[in-house]
Design a protein around this ligand. Structure first.
Ligand SMILES: C[S@@+](CC[C@H](N)C(=O)[O-])C[C@H]1O[C@@H](n2cnc3c(N)ncnc32)[C@H](O)[C@@H]1O
Length: 277
């Protein structure tokens, strides 16, 4: 079978997917280690049996709904290529807005930043890659996630991030941070159960926060005050439906200058506020 025939076979197998063409091309380029340009110029090239076996296995997994990032074990985030596995959430393009917003606030190179729930390390590493003077601590409750985040930091040669195990603030030094940032789990159990997308491949503990979905967000906003130096900014990613609730939680916990930022679908995705102790 040559490249063009496999691509058309794969596209038919993936006919239920909106990204059938892209997915087939990504798998082919990944397995054959060729560029997208080569797909065009070498499309009559015969695929060796050993590669066909791998390709068909990957295609089968994709047909069952497994995200491409888990199959090829990488995801681009910010300007970084991150290793990912099913132990961590696949970093979303929308989360890059969170990184942008934090960078807009980083006024002094001495800023120290705490990221809660780092997963693959995406947010911490993106921030670290933009400013080597920032001091960043990324935390997670998942030891597997921390191993992956550390692996990504080493691979990218980013030395200004430290990853530590912590159940939210449990192992965090107090009065140390100018900025705290978090993309927490924010789905309710019911939302997760009713979701029709392929999020079931991702870690439940990265997605679900109790019965209402707001539990982790509320806990983080309520408890963040002790960890700021004399004042600081808290950035939280959330679902657009939670905007009013998140605003109120910020307000009830003495935050001021509370702002929500929209994502690429024009829905509120991030809320941040300032606390002066
Ligand atoms: C929505 S994911 C975000 C991952 C990553 N920051 C990103 O944006 O791609 C939430 C992360 O919070 C972590 N987490 C869940 N409960 C936690 C807890 N009690 N303490 C620390 N981290 C927790 C999960 O393991 C997961 O990595």
């Amino acid at each position: 079978m040559n490249i063009i025939t496999w691509l058309s076979y794969a596209r038919k197998k993936l006919s239920n997917s909106l990204t059938a063409k892209l997915d087939s091309e990504v798998l082919l380029c990944f397995v054959l280690k060729i560029s997208k340009k080569d797909l065009f110029y070498k499309n009559k090239k015969k695929i060796k049996i050993k590669y066909l076996l791998i390709l068909n296995n990957f295609l089968f997994r994709r047909v069952l709904g497994e995200p491409i990032a888990y199959i090829i074990k990488k995801k681009e985030f910010w300007s970084l290529s991150l290793f990912v596995s099913s132990y961590v959430l696949i970093p979303r393009p929308e989360t890059e807005i969170l990184v942008e917003q934090v960078l807009l606030k980083v006024s002094s190179t001495k800023n120290s930043i705490l990221e809660l729930g780092t997963g693959s390390g995406a947010i911490s590493l993106a921030l670290a890659s933009e400013n080597s003077q920032l001091k960043i601590i990324g935390t997670d409750i998942s030891l597997y996630a921390l191993l992956i985040a550390k692996y990504n930091a080493d691979k990218l040669n980013l030395n200004n991030v430290k990853f530590i195990y912590s159940n939210w603030f449990q192992n965090i030094p107090i009065k140390k941070f100018h900025i705290i940032v978090c993309n927490p789990p924010y789905l309710s159990r019911k939302d997760f159960k009713n979701s029709c997308s392929n999020i079931s491949f991702e870690p439940y503990s990265a997605l679900v926060s109790g019965n209402s979905g707001i539990e982790c967000i509320e806990y983080i906003i309520k408890n963040s005050f002790q960890y700021f130096v004399s004042s600081g900014w808290l950035y939280i990613e959330h679902c657009y439906k939670q905007t009013k609730l998140v605003h109120n939680i910020f307000k009830n916990n003495f935050f001021i200058n509370i702002v929500s930022v929209k994502d690429y679908s024009n829905r509120n995705r991030i809320t941040y506020g300032y606390l002066n102790k």
